[in-house]
Design a protein around this ligand. Structure first.
Ligand code: KG4
Ligand code: ZN
Length: 345
């Protein structure tokens, strides 16, 4: 079984082809970061227009690189949400038109399920059950993953997501968008402990996060003059330490509470080296190990949408009608409640 997959939920246009026997045959990606950088963040309308421009050439290239003709496909998966609705619509419409014209089924995929299943693309896929730390620009969640489509949300952020906290504090330090990777790079030359930023919710039981207070603390630290390169690096290190430590402590709590020591980290912030190293140590201490997608599959891509799409299609999870699906909000718990088959709304 072979699927074509399209991702367009935010500022990355991507297309991939995945085969259940041959593995990942191609994956193409075009990032819009240069387009949005001058505005300091994603401009939804510009994102939609750029997807329209980029997706068709990417689709042709993906099929060519996979040496695949449309007749060889069993279905077309696309990100149906959550995300920017205009951006989602571009990929959803293209996927639906392509599929309809060739008599193929479509598989609407939940973007976060894509992130969660991205580690299945690696040589050693994670065993079920596992604890997943899903950390992206829009979400921070701890999830008990019992199996495909069986997700129990243990806790999530009350306000800003971890990626958002990285991006917003990076902006306060004058770093260009997207700030997360830039801040992480700067933090490497900073000293630990010079700035002690708040680690909210650590003193409370449970698995919830809160990162919005970090902005105030960092803006105060960044206001003091002179803001020398050393001071900026020390602040960046302080921010990364605060975010990473909070994520690690809550993940450890989830490992202890569930008795599951195999940990998956997914989503854009999963590309953070300090976090990956910390989670690796944590899982080992508890007798498990960490499973993570390669760095390029942490941030948005179509390969992860193809994995989720293929697994769902194999279990009868295709759309029941021709309706184009695009949902800006789509709680993961709704997907889990629908079980399998059925991320079909
Ligand atoms: O998963 P993703 O590509 O998009 C969403 O679905 O949100 O995640 C993007 C987020 C951004 O906030 C970005 O700054 C952050 O991931 N990010 C990082 C790193 N690489 C990407 N944050 C910290 N350290 C990194 N190395
Ligand atoms: Zn994402």
């Amino acid at each position: 079984m072979r699927v074509l997959a399209i991702e367009s939920s935010c500022d990355e246009s991507a297309v991939a082809v995945l085969d259940d026997q041959g593995g990942l045959l191609s994956h193409e990606l075009y990032s819009q970061v240069d387009l949005h950088r001058i505005y300091g963040g994603v401009v939804p309308e510009l994102a939609s227009r750029d997807h329209v421009r980029a997706l068709l050439p990417l689709l042709r290239q993906a099929l060519k690189n996979a040496d695949t003709r449309p007749e060889q496909l069993s279905g077309v998966a696309y990100t149906a949400g959550p995300g920017l609705v205009g951006a989602l619509l571009t990929g959803a419409a293209l996927a639906s038109a392509f599929a309809f014209s060739r008599g193929l089924p479509t598989v609407p995929v939940h973007h976060l399920e894509g992130h969660l299943l991205a580690p299945l693309l690696e040589e050693e896929p994670p065993p079920f059950p596992h604890v997943a730390l899903l950390v992206s620009g829009g979400h921070t969640m701890l999830i008990r993953v019992r199996g495909l489509g069986d997700y129990e949300l243990l806790g999530e952020t009350r306000d800003d997501a971890a990626g958002e906290a990285f991006d917003k504090t990076a902006k306060l330090l004058g770093l260009p968008y997207p700030g997360g990777p830039e801040l992480a790079r700067l933090a490497e030359s900073g000293r630990s402990g010079v700035f002690q930023f708040p680690r909210p919710m650590l003193d409370r039981p449970g698995f919830e996060f809160s990162f919005s207070g970090l902005k105030t603390a960092v803006s105060l630290a960044a206001r003091e003059r002179p803001l020398t390169p050393e001071r900026r690096a020390d602040i960046a290190r302080g921010v990364q330490d605060a975010i990473v430590e909070t994520l690690l402590r809550k993940t450890e709590r989830a490992v202890v509470a569930t008795g599951i020591a195999n940990v998956v980290v997914a989503g854009g912030v999963g590309a953070n080296r300090a976090l990956r190293a910390g989670l690796d140590g944590l899982a080992r201490r508890h007798g498990g190990r960490i499973y993570q997608p390669r760095i390029e599959f942490c941030t948005d891509n179509a390969a992860m949408i193809a994995v989720a799409g293929l697994l769902r299609l194999q279990r009868g999870g295709q759309a029941r009608d021709l309706a184009i699906q695009a949902r800006s909000q789509w709680p993961l718990v709704e997907l889990a409640a629908a079980g399998l088959p059925g991320n079909v709304v």
